[in-house]
Design a protein around this ligand. Structure first.
Ligand SMILES: Nc1ncnc2c1ncn2[C@@H]1O[C@H](COP(=O)(O)OP(=O)(O)O)[C@@H](O)[C@H]1O
Ligand SMILES: [Mg+2]
Length: 253
């Protein structure tokens, strides 16, 4: 479904991606792990065409992502296939919860009549465990966990084929993280969606992943089924999983 081949990206003299190769088969849940600042978000943004690679190829079902012109109808149709849960929720403060959830159903190629968009929003809120009365509240009136649920409801509102989650549990306590992880897993399975999640939270990895890829020094250091992660024999991966200060990965002090 998604394929990256030899993807390079530098910002100024800083080479962030140095030949990333990654395949995400249709219907699978891939989790990308790696230290802060290793380029996980850059990888995700490059699949969406928000970052243009300097070199390499990115395809989604064979379609070359880098060839889609900004603002073109093809690009609009391309983006309509994706749902996205942003790091930190990224809800619009001035919009009601339901308008946040229905954001893409109120404009562009996915536009529906307002009443229908609201009904879909309420149904999606229910799916993530929120009651209909939340629909008419503002994001600031909700707890962090509820805001994440709203972000998740927005990501699935247009029933996307592909869903991206960028650090879905950042800022949540361990129990709420567990709830969100389980909800993500359930929804991805139930929708049959292809999912790409970025995290440094190992609990999320175990809850969400079919496959895992570790990004280190601009490349995919290790990739494989989540069940093989603990016995990989890769010292970098092992150090990351165990959170050890000792190992080949240098902690930036
Ligand atoms: N638009 C940008 N301009 C300049 N530097 C960027 C930009 N986006 C990301 N970077 C740099 O690329 C590196 C990787 O960033 P990112 O992908 O956000 O890391 P993470 O793995 O934590 O998600 C960081 O050093 C960051 O500062
Ligand atoms: Mg990031």
């Amino acid at each position: 479904m998604i394929e990256l081949k030899g993807v390079h990206k530098a910002f100024g003299s800083k080479e962030v991606l140095r030949g990333v190769d990654l395949v995400i088969p249709k219907g699978e849940s891939m989790v990308i792990i790696g230290g802060s600042g290793t380029g996980k978000s850059v990888c995700l943004k490059s699949v969406l065409g928000l970052v243009t690679p300097d070199k390499g190829e990115i395809t989604v079902e064979g379609q070359d992502v880098t060839r889609l012109r900004q603002g073109s109808r093809e690009r609009d149709a391309f983006l309509a296939r994706f749902g996205m849960l942003f790091q930190g929720g990224a809800l619009f403060d001035s919009l009601h919860v339901w308008e946040n959830v229905a954001f893409r159903l109120l404009r562009g190629s996915l536009k529906r009549p307002k009443q229908e968009a609201r009904e879909i929003a309420i149904e999606k809120l229910r799916r993530v465990g929120l009651t209909p009365d939340v629909a008419d509240q503002f994001p600031a009136e909700l707890s962090g966990g509820m805001q994440k649920r709203v972000g998740l409801a927005r990501a699935i509102a247009a029933e996307p084929e592909i869903i991206f989650f960028d650090e879905p549990t950042t800022g949540l306590d361990p129990i709420m993280s567990g709830v969100i992880n389980d909800l993500i897993r359930e929804i991805v399975v139930e929708m049959g969606a292809t999912a790409m999640t970025i995290t440094h939270d190992m609990t999320s990895v175990r809850a969400i992943a079919d496959k895992v890829a570790m990004l280190h020094a601009g490349k995919i250091r290790w990739t494989g089924p989540v069940a093989e992660m603990d016995t990989s024999g890769d010292p970098y991966l092992t150090q990351f999983i165990t959170g050890s200060a000792e190992g080949p990965i240098e902690a930036v002090r």
